[in-house]
Design a protein around this ligand. Structure first.
Ligand code: DOR
Length: 443
């Protein structure tokens, strides 16, 4: 009988201690050996010659739209996009139809995901003005990523904007709460800043102060409630400066699109396709996000994959919906930033695997180590290629990054020892399972 179910051979393997030319042995979905496995048998061998083996990329912010909005995406098409892009696990957002704000809704999503998602998955519970009392229990359901609060209205009707209601939500439960930080009252007062037909006015309406004000408020409320928070898709350097002074209670995320696109160029070229919440801002903002990322303040890179159809996006601004797809392009964009010298592969690994593990207390993922899940994103760092529409799997049918030539390509995706993608071809069976968390599944 073979000693291993799977061996990854001849790759450059990115361990917590750094890169090493070693083999990886897998049994029953877990890593059991790191080193030279030259003479050993395996049920399956993956030859990783010339390739880099990264810990599986965990995207902690995606909108896969099921149930209710499946003309934009569903759990199956979203998961296909994820693994084609080298992502092994996702946290999915609660602004579906109905909202994911009850035990039934979480159970429904987990049942829908079973045998239809290729990647591992967890689902956020949405906070509302009425479910605060239930959240402490809801956040402990298996397969739950924790609670998500929209402080400002975005796609859908999930919204908790007043301090008293936010305090109730933060007082109910213990796990880290994910926050969309834009100030609803300020944005409501500024709707006159929107220029009909001009998406470039989106960041004028939802301005820096809208984001900073909300982040400042939630930091104060979180400290008062003694609750840890995670501020999603931060878009202003000022917020990152503030978050850097509050690392004891707050972690934070930036997105690849905010690190890649600059409003001056993106709105004239892409129009409403560049419209998202919080907005794509100026090149100076983008450079400021990089500065704080390089200073170590950013914990996680999430894609905020938020697909809408081209038909929906073709409505004139501001009737056009906010959001862009991104789960499949997260890793290619970041590998390209590595190739262009803006950051290192080590830092990208920290932001896409170790960071999510640490911030959310994920069990058994986030590093290549014996005993951990055998989740790998296998990449060719040297491949130069152009992102084309026919490579993209999201049902929405577009990406702001088509036509972009990048260096660095996902070649294979392995989830708990299962080769779910290799050279752009998917495995037949979708073997994704719920992600386990220390807060729920410990022991
Ligand atoms: O642009 C966005 N789109 N931001 C969000 O917060 C929600 C998302 C969506 O669901 O479309």
């Amino acid at each position: 009988m073979a000693a291993y179910d799977l061996i990854l051979k001849n790759g450059t393997v990115h361990l917590p201690s750094g890169a090493a030319s070693i083999d990886v042995g897998v049994v029953a979905g877990r890593i059991v050996a790191l080193g030279s496995l030259a003479g050993d048998d395996a049920g399956e061998t993956l030859d990783c010659t010339g390739l880099d083996v990264l810990p599986g990329v965990i995207d902690t912010q995606v909108h896969f739209r099921e149930p209710g909005l499946v003309h934009k995406e569903d759990l199956e098409s979203g998961a296909r996009a994820a693994v084609l892009g080298g992502v092994t696990a996702v946290f999915e957002m609660p602004n579906t139809k109905p909202n994911t704000d009850s035990a039934e809704a979480i159970g429904d999503k987990l049942a829908r995901a079973h045998h239809r998602m290729w990647c591992d998955h967890a689902f956020y519970v949405g906070a509302t003005n009425h479910n605060a009392a239930d959240l402490a229990e809801l956040e402990r359901l298996p397969g739950t990523a924790g609670v998500k609060i929209f402080m400002g209205a975005s796609t859908g009707d999930l919204l908790v904007s007043e301090d008293a209601r936010l305090a109730e939500v933060l007082a109910s439960g213990h796990r880290r709460v994910a926050i969309h930080a834009e100030d609803e009252a300020r944005m409501n007062a500024r709707t006159g800043e929107r220029i009909a037909g001009d998406a470039a006015s989106h960041p004028v309406w939802r301005d820096d102060e809208s984001a900073l004000l909300a982040t400042r408020r939630i930091l104060g409320l979180a400290r008062a409630a003694r609750r840890r928070i995670h501020v999603l898709h931060v878009t202003t350097p000022a917020e990152l400066a503030l978050l850097g002074q509050n690392k004891d209670i707050a972690s934070c995320e930036v997105t690849p699109q905010h690190l890649t696109l600059a409003g001056e160029e993106a709105y004239p070229r892409l129009g409403t396709l560049a419209q998202m919440n919080p907005p794509i801002r100026s090149g100076a903002h983008r450079d400021g996000l990089w500065k704080w990322l390089q200073q170590g303040v950013v914990d996680i890179l999430g894609s905020d994959h938020a697909p809408h159809t081209l038909e929906e996006k073709s409505k004139p601004y501001p009737d056009s919906p906010s959001g862009m797809p991104g789960v499949q392009t997260l890793l290619p964009l970041m590998l390209n930033h590595v190739a262009e010298g803006r950051t290192t592969l080590q830092r990208v690994i920290d932001l896409t695997s170790a960071g999510p593990q640490r911030v959310f207390g994920i069990v058994g993922k986030g590093r290549i180590a014996v005993g951990y899940d055998a989740d790998f994103s296998i990449v060719d760092l040297k491949a130069r290629w152009t992102i084309e529409q026919d490579w993209l799997a999201s049902r929405c049918g577009w990406s702001p990054f088509t036509g972009m030539t990048v260096t660095g390509r996902p070649v294979g995706t392995v989830v708990r020892g299962n080769r779910v993608m290799w050279e752009g071809t998917l495995a037949e069976s979708a073997i994704g399972e719920p992600i386990r968390f220390e807060a729920i599944d410990f022991g």
